[in-house]
Ligand binder design. Structure first.
Ligand SMILES: [Zn+2]
Length: 447
């Protein structure tokens, strides 16, 4: 067994339902005793040390230990497209995202991107993710192959579209079903991997393709994810493609795709009716704050989601979002709610930590396993230890209490502060230099 000594901070309950002042659990000189992959004891370090004197001690003082982050919406093929600023959604897809996604038709390209993508997640402290995949089955096989050795908990699936997008990204109902089944058979339930049925959005999915999604989702333990209500132009276009449906959500629920295994990205422009249906089904929203701001999609109606009882977790939405860090997403979520004024949901430190950890675990049906650092949970953790005398290091030294520490971490923390990441009790090795990644010439070098 291993005894970890650290300032341990987590949110085992729901700060939106409970007293937010009590929701943050903190052990500033805490101990976590880990056997194999699980936490078997937790408490004050000195007490655990007395009871388990013979165990190896890993000293993680001089920083904080948080549950590993859970990213509920992040696109595997878009890491190289991060930073396309100044466009609304449909233009951005056309000019930035889709041309890059077409390049994943080539297996070797997809393999390089898969390595970069998984390293991006882990180096930001993300240990569990619901990953929006590629349109190409072979690229998905490359992702799952790399994910299987990464140690990360990845739920992902092939993206399905059969209209509107560039021809190379389109499939047919028959091919989508066959490729989805083959991928599922190979990877669903393999180690920490699961399959997610993933139509891109109903704008690019015909009724027969949505029927295929329903068929694929019949496999036990699979998840469902897609986009919804991100941008008003997209919402209007979906309405013209589906005149018989009551609302955008109905394009999915008509095919029985909205259940407690569904995570819907964005939902910025949700109607009350849609929120009612989501709540009744137990479906979750993946809120992607930096993406919503970068693409000018709008400010997320968090308070309305909560009022209807719809669960909300965070997604980085790389590459519409501006990076893998869920600390940045948490901060941007806070900004967005502040800007909404009285319609906004005030977010404190416990809310931000909850949204980036336990809420995601709940959305993915994994809260029995991960999301907080309780006894019985897997030891999935991120150790944030800012460089000495960095601004975060200085303000943490002067934090008033545990909530203040968490607020400062969300205000200032970046992937550069991630000093260690564990999944299932195993420490992940930092990403190695990938020589193939540096062979391309940067624009200034080529000029
Ligand atoms: Zn997305």
């Amino acid at each position: 067994m291993t005894l970890y000594r650290a300032s341990v901070l987590d949110v085992p309950g729901d700060p939106f339902a409970d007293d937010p002042g009590q929701a943050l659990r903190a052990e500033l000189d805490g101990g976590l005793l880990v056997r194999a992959e699980r936490i078997v004891a937790r408490g004050a370090y000195q007490e655990l040390r007395r009871e388990h004197g013979g165990e190896e001690v890993v000293d993680l003082r001089g920083g904080v230990l948080l549950p590993g982050f859970v990213d509920t919406h992040v696109h595997f093929p878009q890491i190289r497209a991060i930073g396309g600023l100044g466009m609304p959604l449909l233009d951005w897809l056309q000019r930035c995202a889709l041309p890059e996604e077409e390049r994943l038709a080539e297996r070797s390209y997809a393999e390089a991107v898969a390595g970069e993508f998984l390293a991006g997640l882990s180096s930001a402290g993300t240990t569990t993710a619901l990953v929006f995949g590629s349109h190409f089955a072979d690229a998905m096989d490359a992702l799952f192959t790399a994910a299987a050795t990464s140690g990360l908990r990845i739920t992902a699936g092939q993206v399905l579209s059969d209209r509107v997008l560039p021809p190379s990204l389109l499939t047919t109902a028959g091919r989508g079903l066959a490729e989805g089944r083959a991928l599922m058979q190979r990877w669903h339930g393999h180690g920490r991997l699961r399959y997610a049925v993933t139509p891109r959005f109903s704008l690019s999915a015909s009724e027969p393709l949505l029927e295929v999604c329903e068929e694929l989702l019949a496999e036990p333990g699979t998840w469902f994810t897609t986009h919804i209500n991100e941008n008003t132009a997209e919402v209007d276009q979906v309405a013209t493609y589906f005149p018989a449906r009551a609302h955008y959500l109905d394009t999915y629920s008509h095919h029985n795709l909205i259940t407690d295994r569904s995570v819907l990205a964005h939902n910025v422009h949700a109607t009350d009716q849609e929120l009612e249906v989501m709540a009744a089904a137990g479906a979750w929203a993946a809120h992607c704050p930096t993406s919503n701001a970068a693409l000018g999609s709008g400010l997320f109606p968090l308070r309305r989601h909560l009022r209807y009882g719809v669960g909300v977790a965070l997604g980085s939405d790389v590459g519409g979002g501006t990076g893998f860090s869920l600390l940045k997403e948490g901060l941007q979520a806070y900004f967005g709610q502040q800007l909404l004024g009285p319609a906004g949901q005030p977010l404190g430190p416990a809310h931000l930590l909850y949204l980036s950890t336990r809420a995601g675990a709940l959305a993915l049906g994994m809260a029995e396993e991960v999301g907080d650092l309780s006894v019985g949970k897997a030891f999935d953790a991120v150790w944030l230890r800012p460089p000495a005398r960095s601004t975060l290091d200085i303000v943490l030294d002067h934090a008033a209490d545990a909530p203040d520490m968490v607020a400062k971490i969300f205000a200032l923390g970046t992937p550069a502060d991630v000093a260690g990441v564990w999944v299932g009790g195993q420490r992940l090795t930092p990403p190695q230099d990938n020589p193939s990644a540096s062979t391309h010439s940067r624009p200034q070098e080529a000029a």
